[in-house]
Write a protein that binds this ligand. Structure first.
Ligand code: ZN
Length: 125
């Protein structure tokens, strides 16, 4: 499936290839729990920005492995992306920003990102 998505004000627009019917991730890490985003992970190349990169701001924390992208104007956070430019680079798309999908029908998979982050911190120490 190909979905179109946008931030709230409409300055950031994008297209993504993916399948929300397979389920979306609800992560409990420190940033996801605050955003309340439901995510699908896709190869970064399957996400195409249709608006200028300059309309997006970037936030990173901890190991700076993921860039959390948000609109400079409205603050909405349509996706995040791996910072490393490797072959298997992923994007994490907030399906709440996609057009024409019924969120209530998307199966939600809980992901324990708090534990995953603790492991990452221990591994880095
Ligand atoms: Zn916006």
């Amino acid at each position: 499936m190909r979905y179109k998505g946008s931030c709230h004000c409409g300055k950031v627009t994008f297209e993504v290839k993916g399948d929300v019917a397979a389920g979306a991730i609800a992560c409990n890490c420190s940033i996801c729990s605050r955003k309340g985003a439901l995510l699908i992970a896709v190869p970064r190349n399957d996400l195409s920005l249709l608006s200028p990169e300059t309309d997006l701001q970037k936030y990173t924390f901890n190991k700076h492995a993921i860039a959390h992208r948000f609109c400079r104007t409205c603050g909405m956070h349509p996706f995040a992306e791996d910072t490393a430019e490797r072959l298997e680079r992923l994007a994490y798309v907030n399906i709440r920003c996609l057009h024409g999908i019924d969120i209530a029908k998307v199966p939600v998979v809980e992901f324990d990102g708090r534990v995953a982050c603790r492991f990452a911190i221990k591994a880095a120490a």
